[in-house]
Every structure is written in C-alpha cells, then in structure tokens.
Design a protein around this ligand. Sequence first.
Ligand SMILES: [Zn+2]
Length: 479
Amino acid sequence: MAIRLYNSLTRRLDELRPLTPGKVTMYHCGPTVYSSPHIGNFRSFLFADVLRRFVEDQGFAVTQVMNVTDVGHLTLDDIEGGEDKMEAASRKTGKTAWEIARQFEDEFHNCQRQLLVRMPHHMPRATDFIAQMGSIIDDLLQKGIAYQVNGNVYFAIAAFPGYGKLSGKVIDELEEGARVAVNEEKRDARDFALWKVDHKHQMQWDAPFRGGARGFPGWHIECSAMSMHYLGRQIDIHTGGEDNMFPHHECEIAQTEAHTGQQFVQIWMHARHLLVNGTKMSKSLGNFYTVQQVLDLGWSGLELRYALIRVQYRQSLNFTMDGLGEARASIARVQGARARLARIAAGKEPAGADDLAAAAARAEAAFTAAMQEDLNVSEALAAVFALVGDSNRAQPTAAAASAALRSFARFEDVLGCFGAEPKAEAAGDVPAALQELLSQRQAAKKAKDFAAADRLRDQIAAAGWKIVDTAQGPRLERA
Ligand SMILES: [Zn+2]
C-alpha cells in the first residue's frame, strides 16, 4: 500500500509518487519571527514533522526545507496593507527590526527542540535570499508578467490564468475583498507586490533586479525563491496552515509557475487551525498560549507535543488543559508497558510463554495503514494502545517482549510523543511558574480572598500538581 495524502489542489487523496523515485522533497512555510511562537503555529509545524518522519519510515529519503520569514510579511497581507510585522514589533519594543527577527528566530528554534522536532535539513532566512528573489522578479518583468510603478513591482494576475486554482477563490469574491484597499498603482486590484519601496523601512536592499529601486521583498516571493534554491523547480509536497492557502500559496504558485513554466508542487497539504477551549485562539478571548507559557505551567515538551499531534491534521483539534492531562496519562501508560517489557526482555522479571510477537505485528500493520491513509494519527494511536493493552495482559517470552519493544520503538520514531526513556523526576523539580502560583495563593489566603486562593489551587491542579501542607509551609508535589 502506498501513502495517500489529501491534496488541496486536486481536492482528493493522492498517492505520493515522488518526482525522483525514492526521494521526497518537502517545503514548509515557516514562522514569521516577530513574536513568541504559539501553540497554534506548532500544530502545523508538528504535522510537518510527523509527515517527514512517516515518509522516512516508509523508506524514502526526505529533504526538508522550512523557511524563516524575517522581512516582508505585512500585518494585513491578505489585502496588501498594513505594516511589516517586524517593523511593527520594532515600533512597540524600541528594538530594531533585525534584533526582533533574530530574537524570535532563536526562540522558535528553542521551541522546536523542546517539542522534539527533527530539524529540517535547511532553515533559510528570507533576508539571505534577496538575490534569488531578484532573479525571479527580473524574469517576470522581462516576460511582462510583472510591472513596475514608482519602484513597486506587482505581479499581473491577468497574465496567469491559473490564479485561484488552489484556493478556489472565484474572481468576484476576490474583487469584493479587494475593494477594501484601493491601490491606484495596481492594474488589477488582485495584483500582489513582489517588491516594495518604503524609505522608512528598516530592512532595505538595492534592487536585486534590473532597473529597480531600493526596497524590500513581498512575503510570497520569498518562499518561491528559497524553495527553488534548495529543492529545484518542482517539489513533491508543500505544507502550511490553512490560513496560508490564500493569498500566500496562491501567489507562490502564480509567480513560480509563471517563472518556470512547470507545475510547482505535486501535493499541497494544509493543517487546520487549532481551537483552544472550543474557539479559535485569540489574545482578546484569553485563550492564547505561547509554547513557553504552556511549558512554564509545568507541562513537558513531550506532553505538549502529544496533545498537539494526537488528532489527524485535517480534523479539528480542541486544545485544553484537560487534554494535556490526558496526554500525560497516555504517555505514562506507554512508558509503563515498555518498562515492564524491558525488564522481561532483560531477565529482570519472569518471562512467560505468551507469544506477543503476533500482537506486535498486528499493531504495526494497523499503525502503518492508519498513517498511510492521510496521516491518521488518532487511529495510529489506537493501534499503539491496543499493543499496550495486549502487553499488559500477557506474560510474554523474553523474545516476544523484545519484538514488542521494537514495535514501540518504531511508533516512537514516527510520532516522537512517548519519550525515549521513562521520565525520572527529581523531587524538588517544581517549575518556577507553579512556585509563583503557590506564593500568590498564600498571599490570597492571607488577604482572606478565598475565591482567588481556590482559583489558584485549581490552576495548580490543572498543571498536574497538588499542594501538600507541611510544618514548614505548603509545597508542591506531582498529583
Ligand atoms: Zn510560504
């Protein structure tokens, strides 16, 4: 059986048939580095990680590229308006746009490590690819597909009949939306910028194409340039969050295919956005979490990873603190079963006569089938837990225990959410954020604000800890 993936372009499950047999090229739209990465971003990045791991598991050699957008992503990019996100953050913090970009790029890489992401082979920065963007823009200008007005360069939608084929956005809809922002320079309201001139912009370059003015690139052209540089004119898989489909991916297709004359991407994949406590995450609703905030509450990167990948990427996933608690319990069940099998395999616990190898083979077959069908992680996890149940009920031979352990090792290799070893925790290992909540609770009790004290206790409990009163005062223990 082959791997079948839902292709947003063809709107059906397509078999993965790489352009070069045995080798798969993947490009993922990466972070825009102007703020701390949030858990919604990482649902999409972890989906990309699991995709890569499974494709490798199936015997393909993968080359994976994820870009870092450190210039050109505007706050209102869907209507070509607003301010560069890096500049906006600079204005708020007093740091330069360059400082902002490097600070949040570092933070992003740190989150990748915490969430146990297998690092992409290349993670290029847009600002290092200005020359490559320039040669595409130059070609589009020469072909008359792009045009220049007052130094700004626009892509002429009218010159690319395929525009809209990915997102299915019809012309009327686009024109409707475009009325919001009237830009007199554009021939057509739907045309999008490849290069912009703005004398106040902190990040500027001499035009990397003939006859241009000093300025900075648009967001969309960055991905075309970096993808082509590392992976060639055609790639097998391109992923992003569902919000990237329009206009970003639609524009990537237009400019790349107008430049090369070839189909850019075989399979386009889009992860659904994350819900938190039942609604779309937003700062105003108070359900917005950065990755670091979740870790500061005492959850591990492994637990957060589990909670973010446990549902298939196209299904709606509702993230809650209860879900993190379930992730913790599920990881513990897998680790408990593995630890016992390891003791039996090593002769530290009596072996029996049960042949667990057949159950392990069954679980692996079910796991593979689920993942081959559009990365159905929920079903794949069901196969893992079927083997946990079978293992716990059996008294296996040492050889069968080893066989089951090999299956668990493969599940870990693909999903990366069970941990390499059972977690050993030091008693005094209380996260600083929880220690802070405990102090706040003491202060609330002292002030006789019992409602606040109860709320703080509940927050501590939701993080999986309990308050134990001792003669020296209260302290925290794992619940
Ligand atoms: Zn992109």
